[in-house]
Design a binder for this molecule. Sequence first.
Ligand code: SF4
Ligand code: SF4
Length: 443
Amino acid sequence: MKNLHSIMLDKDKCKGCTNCIKRCPTEAIRVRNSKARIIDQRCIDCGECIRTCPYHAKYAVTNSLEEIRKFEYKIALPAPSFYAQFEVDDVNKLLYALLELGFDDVFEVAKAAEIVTHFTKQFILSEKNKKPIISSACPAVVRLIQTKFSDLIENILPIASPMEVAAYIAKKMIQKEKGIEEGKIGVFFISPCAAKMTYVNSPLGFKRSYVDGVIAIKDVYGLVRSKLREIRDVKHLSIASGKGIGWAASGGESLALEIEEYVNVDGIHNVVKVLEEIENGRLKDIVYFEGLACSGGCVGGPLTVENPYVAKNRIKRLSSKLKDKEESFSSWTEEIINSFSLKLEDVLFEKELETNPVLELDSDIERAMEKFEKLNNILSMLPGLDCGACGSPTCKTLAEDIVRGFANDTDCIFILRESIKELANKMVELSNKLPPSLERNDE
Ligand code: SF4
Ligand code: SF4
């Protein structure tokens, strides 16, 4: 069975320090018996715990470069953030280096981002949408909404991600041009992020993914660098514009849409704050919300190598360098759209996004009410310090864990101390007592 999550724990490295439990946006981690444990149903694969763990005990499972060998024809889909990892002024060199690693072809996800922008503009103009429309580009943010903000599910842009569009076009193109059957074509995303791996295993809004594997940027970084040193003649391979490449950094997607009423936010905790505002009916004048889980956008993904600020700057430089050629690049976009007769309907979600009911206390409403009351009683006895020493991130989550039967009230060190004190007092009281036959009565 495929593992649905890509974030894993290396038990041997975990010291049970509880650092990660505080940073997890969906309260998906508990520490028990000095080891962290991820609650699968709650985890959105945002990668925040990878960044937080001082002992590198959290890691992402992705595919290895070796796995491309299973396919007759191998296509690399470099994420726009891939370009930002290297001090290179010509992206053609980077694409060529990927071919040197064993791929037969490359299709830039940045080009697919331009196609997604084209259809998003059409969707924004349609009457059917609920404002603000929330970008669906970051799978961790989509899962966050499914888990914590279910009322906002209908605001999510129901359009396939650039990675998925790139995979679809790349496969169809090779089938058409070379007559190779789909099953023999392997499409691999060169990824900055673990959430994409989870997406491929469990797609959002679609029944299947056209992506066959996800390779971490950090896993090919060294190899690409060494190939770059050997490259002399560069073939012209890149067809992506600055607008598509700009998607790598926070705000790039909104800039490409050329609308004024947008908000872009990066970092999962900042995204949570803005979603809370949207849920509370604020930000009504905003047409588009671009929220990205990683700091700086995809350039800050946990599977990247370069400092996100440096990477963001590179993306800016690359985008402005390509500005003059914008017209010829957009004719490429049109050509692809026309040659596949792509329409908005073709990229819309095939199925509705569902709520992740993991935060519900019980599926039965009466039992849920009872448990809620019990939870509040327990919570009123807890100190409200959210110290995390119990292994749950907050006092509220400990109360929840107790109600669900996963923890005890004495897991709280303050309650434990009170119980010990009570017991000690009782013991002192008992130690002063004698059997009636021995008690002295001087009166
Ligand atoms: S941060 Fe979490 S995973 Fe890392 S050592 Fe501490 S408890 Fe374990
Ligand atoms: S990946 Fe994100 S949601 Fe999952 S356990 Fe880590 S911090 Fe929590």
